[in-house]
Design a protein around this ligand. Structure first.
Ligand SMILES: Nc1nc2c(c(=O)[nH]1)N[C@H]1C(S)=C(S)[C@@H](COP(=O)(O)O)O[C@H]1N2
Ligand SMILES: [Mo]
Length: 515
């Protein structure tokens, strides 16, 4: 549309005259070292963020407007498939292959590893950004980016008319001046797109959304935030392509000296060193790919010690309290995982779980075995909450069940029991038992339930009969379905392969996923 208007204006009145470039730089000190470093580091990290983000997107290749994820209601999808209605089609069935040329680590359902890259990168991306913006203001370089007069809008439009009609406007020496559209674009990238990316990313955190129900609403709901996050990625990608193209088209040698060397000369040092920098960036991308496939466990543990430690202190303590109304209940709630194939569970299902006994044992003073009726008799709490799957989909449902805190009161764990282990009748994606662990602190939250009802009815087979966990400040994979028994232990290291659950063992997922 703006391009059409630009052509009409060009046809009617020719190319508009251009204002002088914005000359507001402090002295002619050019680009100091910290600025050139921040520019390069952000470049590499942004590539990592976009590539890992694409891998995450491919795991649920549909984007929606609000928190419901009803198939068919997408505004865009990156899969040719329509969801079949004649059989169970899980979110994992729906995941797509994406080429590792475009994404990190690529292939199919590699969301656990992709998330480690995404969060490790964003940690340093935010750090770099904060230092950069602080120094920008301390040293007066903010004047490069922040427009100080309203007329810049019409000046920028005039320049846009030039570009849109394939005319290169005269180029100011970027060392000391930018033209209006250039300044506005840089301003938008640094002061609008980057903060919005951070805020919309945070709006996908179950812990944050579970504590501040108003927060995701700022973005039109959880899926609104996810859609915005995607559009910002498109914006960053478009900026990268156009920015690089213009750097090449408007005096490559001199431009490279500006941003690489911090000099305003015509020598070859800038573009040569710049080429080394781009090669190094490609090497980083390749190394990340290599680590993803050859050292995924080391990557998982590195993320656990950094990102995991940080979120454990910041997001995990937020008490989940957000509740929705009955009207908000999602018409379609995706299901995930493989129905148990074990004979035990099949038999129990056939007899409506009359013979089911939940064994609660381990480091407790009062181990118990409870029938479903006894569990129901112990208490019922109902909550209408938002479920966040690691793959990206979400959904609102009403859950009814026994608060874990009531069960904990009943069995009286010993002091050293800090972790609750849940065993399932079902298998993990890569075989073996599906199990999950939860820190005692998370199990004690009022919204942590041993659920036996969903939307007012007994839990169906797909959604975890006879019992499934609800831990609303965590991602969906923690909420184990088809629970067979519960055990209190000192540490998750004692169970399975010792990383905290079937997904943590086999798919390198996070131990306590609050984002
Ligand atoms: N036993 C078992 N529990 C499981 C899973 C599974 O594969 N096996 N998938 C988990 C994941 S990834 C999610 S998002 C939720 C989905 O719950 P739902 O199928 O009721 O929507 O269940 C979790 N619990
Ligand atoms: Mo999930």
């Amino acid at each position: 549309m703006p391009i059409i208007i630009a052509w009409i204006q060009y046809g009617v009145s020719g190319l508009p005259a251009l204002a002088d470039p914005v000359r507001t730089f402090p002295g002619s000190s050019g680009f100091p070292l910290w600025l050139r470093m921040a520019h390069y580091i952000s470049f590499v990290l942004t590539l990592l963020l976009i590539r890992s983000g694409l891998s995450i997107l491919a795991d649920h290749p549909r984007l929606y407007r609000d928190q419901d994820c009803t198939p068919g209601s997408e505004w865009i999808r990156f899969t040719p498939l329509t969801v079949p209605t004649d059989r169970v089609w899980t979110a994992k069935d729906d995941a797509r292959y994406i080429s590792p040329l475009w994404s990190l680590p690529g292939y199919r359902h590699t969301v656990g590893v992709a998330r480690h890259w995404h969060f490790l990168s964003v940690l340093f991306w935010v750090l770099t950004g904060v230092v950069y913006v602080a120094l920008l203001f301390v040293q007066g370089h903010w004047a490069r980016l922040v427009p100080t007069y309203w007329g810049i809008l019409s000046d920028a439009w005039n320049i846009f008319v030039h570009y849109a009609t394939f005319h290169l406007p005269p180029e100011p020496d970027g060392f000391v001046a930018y033209q209006a559209l250039q300044q506005l674009t840089y301003f938008a990238v640094v002061f609008i797109m980057a903060p919005l990316s951070i805020l919309s990313g945070l709006a996908m955190s179950p812990a944050l959304d579970g504590h501040f129900a108003w927060y995701p609403r700022l973005f039109g709901g959880r899926q609104g935030a996810r859609s915005l996050h995607f559009l910002l990625m498109v914006g960053f990608s478009a900026f990268l392509v156009i920015h690089v193209a213009l750097v090449v088209a408007t005096g490559f040698v001199q431009n490279m000296n500006h941003i690489v060397m911090g000099t305003d000369t015509g020598g070859p040092a800038g573009w040569m060193l710049g080429l080394v920098g781009v090669t190094a960036a490609l090497a980083v991308l390749f190394a990340a790919y290599w680590v993803s496939w050859h050292r995924p466990r080391a990557l998982q543990l590195a993320a656990r010690r950094t990102v995991g430690a940080l979120t454990l202190r910041t997001l995990d303590p937020l008490k989940p309290v957000a509740e929705f109304g009955r009207d908000d209940i999602s018409p379609h709630f995706w299901s995930n995982g493989k129905l148990p194939t074990s004979q035990d569970w099949q038999t129990l299902l056939a007899e409506d779980f009359g013979g089911f006994r939940l064994r609660v044992s381990g480091l407790v003073d009062h181990p118990v075995e409870l029938s479903l009726d006894e569990i129901v008799a112990l208490g019922q709490h109902n909550q209408i909450t938002l479920h966040h799957c690691i793959q990206g989909w979400s959904g609102v449902a009403e859950w009814g069940g026994l608060p874990m805190s009531a069960l904990i009161d009943l069995v009286r764990p010993r002091l050293e029991a800090q972790v609750v282990v849940f065993h399932s009748f079902g298998e993990g994606l890569y075989g073996g038992e599906y199990y999950e662990t939860l820190p005692l602190a998370d199990a004690l939250h009022p919204q942590c339930l041993l659920a036996y009802e969903m939307n007012g009815e007994r839990l169906g087979a797909d959604h975890g009969a006879p019992l499934r966990l609800r831990a609303e400040n965590q991602l969906g994979y923690k909420m184990i379905k088809w629970i067979s028994s519960i055990e209190f232990v000192v540490s998750e290291k004692e169970v399975g392969q010792g990383f905290g659950g079937a997904n943590e063992d086999h798919e390198y997922f996070d131990l306590v996923p609050t984002i």
